[in-house]
Design a protein around this ligand. Structure first.
Ligand SMILES: Cc1ncc(COP(=O)(O)O)c(C=O)c1O
Ligand SMILES: N[C@@H](CCOP(=O)(O)O)C(=O)O
Length: 399
């Protein structure tokens, strides 16, 4: 069953509906699972390890073996900040971001519903993932991208996998409104995070984090927030495992936004359940340049219910954190993902995060998604003759 998160109105699983026709709020899939936690032992480490929790037809699964991403303990940064730090590396998914988890379930649902066209608006990663999973399923895909605001790697992926790419003269929020209208008029099945089935895939990040920690909850999960689907999905996953009795505690959900695109942090600071949308969001982290997040109700519920937190970081803090993780721990991430590390640093310095907390930062997308930013942040190659004595001179000087 699908339920409205605000008024509780219920809808049938196979109804193609994105928001409540009674109150306009977002929807959530309700599931009822009763299996012991050893059910998952010895299964392959993909999101389908937890298939009992995925509300789709097992015979129609569209998968690229998403999920089962690295869970890296980061001792150097952790010790510097006085916390026990783990990083969940979502850039290791098939198309390089966490969206693949959602797309696997969302495209599976599309197959179950018998639709022939899927679509989305995107700052880049959703379109890259949608294009790949639609290709795998043999579906037509249509993506709306804000012109000039999508990182090169993501654009290349959407085009290469055969999506029909429409470059629109507006920002992401405007593109999402446009594509939503096309979806309501049945031109396409919408696979942005407003689709509750997509978030069912993303909740597996929460499942994996507690499984990675030996069926224990961390004290806190920190992640970047844009359209606000992921924080909502992870909290749903954690809550389902808690309700199933697999874990005894739940983490404080901590969302980080860029200063120029922070409607959820603004609402949190006012202890409000409503956001004031930002008309012209701006940040170097193009993936979270979003001013009117569709899942704000779910995200604020997650933050308040978990006694979590929301904070902003500047573009400079984001770029410094991206370099820090890349150079101290060898983990390459795109700018938006670095908001989680920048947020950890800021909240530790301000005392919101206590010494010794067990923290999981979710880093959401791969470094190569945005090669331009990576190159700008790096020392250019040194031109040199292919001659041993010349090379030795340079190596000795550089040391
Ligand atoms: C790399 C990356 N990080 C973070 C986000 C924000 O996630 P959400 O929109 O689910 O809040 C996105 C896009 O949405 C993204 O592409
Ligand atoms: N960063 C996102 C924005 C769209 O988010 P979605 O989760 O609602 O699809 C992207 O990659 O496009």
């Amino acid at each position: 069953m699908i339920k409205c998160v605000s008024c509780g109105k219920a809808f049938e699983n196979n109804e193609i509906i994105y928001t409540c026709d009674e109150c306009g709020s977002v929807l959530e899939v309700e599931i009822d699972v009763d299996v012991p936690k050893n059910t998952f032992d010895c299964r392959r480490n993909t999101l389908w390890k937890y298939k009992e929790f995925m509300p789709v037809d097992e015979k129609k699964i569209v998968s690229l073996d998403e999920g089962g991403t690295p869970f890296c303990k980061c001792n150097k940064i952790g010790e510097d900040l006085g916390v026990d730090l783990y990083v969940k590396v979502e850039g290791s998914n098939p198309t390089g971001s966490f969206k693949d988890r959602g797309m696997s379930v969302g495209v599976t649902k599309a197959m179950e519903l018998g639709v022939d066209t899927v679509g989305c608006a995107s700052t880049g990663n959703t379109s890259a993932s949608l294009a790949a999973y639609a290709a795998r399923a043999g579906l037509r895909s249509i993506v709306l991208l804000p012109e000039g605001k999508v990182a090169l790697g993501k654009l290349a992926q959407a085009m290469f996998h055969g999506a029909e790419v429409l470059s629109v003269d507006g920002n992401f929020d405007e593109a999402l409104k446009t594509v939503s209208q096309l979806a309501l008029e049945k031109y396409l099945y919408l696979l942005n995070s407003i689709n509750p089935y997509r978030l069912e895939g993303q909740k597996s990040i929460g499942f994996e984090i507690v499984n990675d920690l030996g069926w224990e909850s961390p004290d806190r999960i920190i992640l970047p927030v844009g359209n606000a689907g992921n924080i909502s999905a992870i909290w749903k996953g954690i809550s389902e495992f808690y309700n199933a009795g697999y874990i005894e505690d739940k983490p404080m959900m901590t969302g980080i936004q860029a200063v120029g695109a922070a409607p959820i942090v603004n609402a949190f600071n006012k202890k409000s359940m409503k956001i004031d949308p930002i008309t012209n969001p701006e940040t170097i982290a193009t993936a979270i340049r979003i001013g009117d997040p569709v899942s704000y109700t779910k995200a604020l519920n997650a933050i308040y219910d978990s006694e979590g937190y929301a904070e902003t970081v500047t573009d400079d803090e984001i770029l410094d954190a991206q370099k820090l993780l890349g150079r101290k721990e060898g983990i390459g991430i795109e700018p938006a993902s670095a908001a989680s590390i920048a947020g950890l640093k800021k909240l530790r310095e301000s005392g919101v995060i206590d010494k010794g907390e067990k923290i999981v930062c979710v880093v959401t997308g791969h470094l190569l998604k945005d090669p331009d930013t990576a190159i700008k942040a790096s020392t250019p190659p040194i031109k040199v003759k292919s001659d041993v004595s010349e090379l030795k001179k340079i190596l000795e000087n550089n040391n």
